[in-house]
Design a protein around this ligand. Structure first.
Ligand SMILES: *Cc1c(COP(=O)(O)O)cnc(C)c1O
Length: 372
């Protein structure tokens, strides 16, 4: 942080009474997540920039010691290099235009994922590490990432052979799907990666086990060490003496907890429906796809917590689009009323990065605070 934050989230709301939705950022929390990964994950921790590419996030991760990032586009490469001029770029969007490949060459990417032969042949001239991305029908995530990217195990074997023939450094990668709560998903992928590499007759320099690590959305915070331990064991079991160096690229689990989204109740309608000043076109867009978490608190404009018995309310966003509502009713305290703040905790991932300005609403730049 160039300017250290001075206020807490609650103090800011009380002092400024913002009538627009505000994303609050606690850099301390981001440093904590970075430490959990760097001290616990048995390999290199990188960060998936798409989860939240705010400059404050990237700068704090660099301060925390991260020096490698998962990027999908030239704009993300630029954002990373602005925070760290020498950061290693892992270009893990396997579909690239000619102009994007030229940009990747200019940036000097360290690694690129591929999931088909044309993709391999177009990126191979850059001479970077080739991470063959494969997919399996594995359950456990909030939604499946394999429907878009990833070679079958047979295709992956062929791609590894071709990359080996080209003399390129070899890796494999997968993504079990975001908010994946089952460590066994990683174990299955790791065992399969070892079989594919053995059939291809190659030795992997690195294995990138993707992102997908769960953030705290319901009940207790997930214990990421369970995931790290299972990954470490599975790699040793599957690869034996040929154990590749490990890489992970968390997005959600790194950044979610460092942000809270403060929305405000615009109106409690005669029907009991609540209208907030933010919705699915703004910071709450992901809730439409994966549902709300249970980490919601209501503060009065004076900063006092509403404690009334929970009642279910339909929740609408501020735009005039009828799709702009949460997928299911939210249980909110009965004494919640107009002008109150509805705080959604754990909102750092896939909020700012996908928010729009539809109908004149939306998020401004995050505000850094000492505590959420
Ligand atoms: C989105 C993405 C990630 C991050 O996923 P999370 O579920 O947010 O951890 C990591 N790697 C790749 C290739 C991705 O596309």
């Amino acid at each position: 942080m160039k300017h250290a934050p001075i206020s807490t989230l609650t103090q800011h709301l009380v002092d400024h009474g913002p009538d627009h939705p505000v994303l609050f950022f606690a850099p301390e929390r981001l440093h904590h997540s970075a430490r959990v990964f760097q001290q616990g994950f048995p390999g290199l921790t990188t960060y998936a920039v798409k989860a939240n590419s705010d400059p404050g996030v990237l700068e704090n991760l660099v301060t925390a010691g991260l020096h490698a990032f998962d990027v999908a586009s030239p704009a993300e490469m630029e954002a990373v290099r602005a925070a760290h001029p020498k950061a290693a770029l892992h270009y893990n969007n396997p579909v690239r235009s000619e102009a994007e490949i030229a940009a990747a060459r200019a940036y000097g990417i360290a690694s690129a994922s591929v999931d088909d032969l044309r993709g391999l042949m177009t990126i191979a001239p850059l001479g970077c590490e080739i991470a063959v991305r494969f997919k399996l029908p594995v359950k456990g995530a909030a939604y499946d990432f394999g429907s878009k990217f990833g070679a079958t195990p047979e295709e992956a074997e062929m791609l590894l052979r071709r990359a080996a023939d080209l003399g390129l450094p070899l890796a494999m990668t997968f993504h079990p799907g975001t908010q994946c709560t089952d460590p066994e998903a990683w174990a299955v992928y790791i065992q399969t990666a070892a079989r594919i590499a053995a059939r291809a007759g190659v030795r992997l320099g690195r294995l990138n086990v993707g992102g997908g690590f769960p953030a705290h959305r319901y009940g207790q915070a997930p214990d990421l060490h369970r995931f790290f331990t299972r990954i470490g064991e599975a790699v040793v079991q599957a690869f034996g003496a040929d154990t590749p160096a490990l890489v992970c690229e968390p997005g959600r689990a790194m950044v979610a907890d460092a942000f809270a989204l403060a929305t405000r109740i615009k109106a409690v309608r005669d029907t009991g429906a609540i209208f907030l000043n933010d919705g699915i076109y703004g910071g709450l867009s992901e809730l439409r796809d994966i549902g709300p978490s249970d980490r919601i608190r209501i503060l009065s404009p004076q900063g006092l917590r509403r404690q009334g018995a929970a009642e279910p309310h339909m929740v609408f966003g501020p735009t005039c689009d009828s799709l702009d509502h949460l997928p299911q009713p939210l249980a909110l305290p009965g004494d919640a009323t107009e002008g109150d703040y509805v705080i959604f905790d754990g909102m750092g991932a896939y909020s700012l990065s996908i928010a729009t300005r539809f109908n004149g609403y939306g998020l401004g730049a995050p505000i850094a605070v000492t505590a959420l």
